[in-house]
Design a protein around this ligand. Structure first.
Ligand code: SF4
Ligand code: SF4
Length: 290
């Protein structure tokens, strides 16, 4: 069986999803801005779960929060050249951010996208204030086999979403892509193939600390390796000048793989059932890195 053959599923809200999604490398420019599917900021690196193969590497990363000011600064530059359909606040677990409502309100002032969405495992949604529900437009809630969300919490989420007109996207996640290599590759030709075939680099555009990245992996590898390897140069510095649009288009259409692709199987990664790692396994994995 080809594990990477496209599989179509229907989510509880009746929407059909195809995985892996088809590639879409056609970047239209309108009014000086590149139209994209989405843009995201990972505002918390850590998480309250330890999923094996977390693509944000959260179980291996230290506690970290983005400041609302840094997210807004990056978006004020990004909005001049990017026009994403949705802006996503992601983590780690973004609901752990102590100034989450300030972050959402700050994002809104930049006008980066018509929809501001949060991607969460949902476990803390019962603790969120009405301010939070008022601020956000949409939630993507990952549903894992374990820990599953309690029926009372699901009912609360649905009631609050209806009350505050928040769109819910329940995402069944019973399998994860095993994207991270145990050892970095030194095969440039293979990295080129993986990068070329990688759908993630069109769908997971990310900003962090003054940089735009075509996928989320370089920023997290940068933290994981604590500067011992350079993944920051996988990104494009966000600038405020007339050459930024051309630089962005050239970056999005580049053919050279990223340094991060040497550490990643990207969209070609095999799938494995979702599972939570025990602390001893997390510690053993952490010991592989600086
Ligand atoms: S809930 Fe999401 S961010 Fe947290 S460990 Fe699992 S996959 Fe990673
Ligand atoms: S690092 Fe390379 S292979 Fe991995 S998701 Fe990003 S573009 Fe794809």
């Amino acid at each position: 069986m080809n594990l990477n053959a496209p599989v179509s599923t229907t989510s509880p809200d009746g929407r059909t999803h195809v995985f892996p999604p088809p590639m879409d490398r056609h970047y239209r420019v309108s009014a000086g801005r590149v139209e994209t599917r989405s843009l995201e900021a990972h505002i918390v690196d850590h998480c309250n779960l330890t999923c094996a193969e977390c693509c944000s590497l959260s179980p291996l990363l230290p506690t970290w929060y983005a400041t609302p000011e840094s997210v807004v600064d990056d978006l004020r530059k990004a909005v001049k050249v990017l026009n994403p359909r949705v802006f996503k606040l992601v983590g780690g677990e973004p609901l752990l951010h102590p100034q989450l409502v300030d972050v959402i309100r700050g994002v809104r002032t930049t006008g980066i996208a018509p929809v501001v969405s949060i991607t969460t495992n949902g476990l803390k949604l019962g603790d969120m204030t009405d301010d939070f529900w008022q601020a956000v437009d949409a939630l993507t809630i990952s549903r894992y086999p374990k820990p599953s969300l309690a029926p009372a919490l699901i009912a609360h989420i649905e009631a609050q979403a209806a009350r505050f007109d928040v769109r819910l996207n329940w995402k069944i996640q019973d399998a994860f892509s095993s994207m991270t290599r145990t050892q970095p590759s030194d095969d440039i030709a293979e990295a080129k193939r993986i990068y070329h075939d990688c759908w993630i680099r069109e769908r997971c555009h990310m900003i962090r600390d003054g940089m735009f990245y075509t996928c989320t992996r370089p920023a997290h590898f940068q933290t994981l390796y604590q500067g011992e390897r350079d993944f920051r140069s996988d990104g494009l510095p966000l600038r405020d000048d007339a050459g930024m649009l051309d630089a962005l288009l050239a970056y999005l259409q580049r053919e050279a793989p990223l340094e991060a692709c040497m550490h990643c199987y990207g969209g070609s990664a095999p799938q494995a059932p979702h599972r939570i790692m025990r602390r001893i396994e997390v510690d053993a994995l952490k010991a592989r890195y600086p």
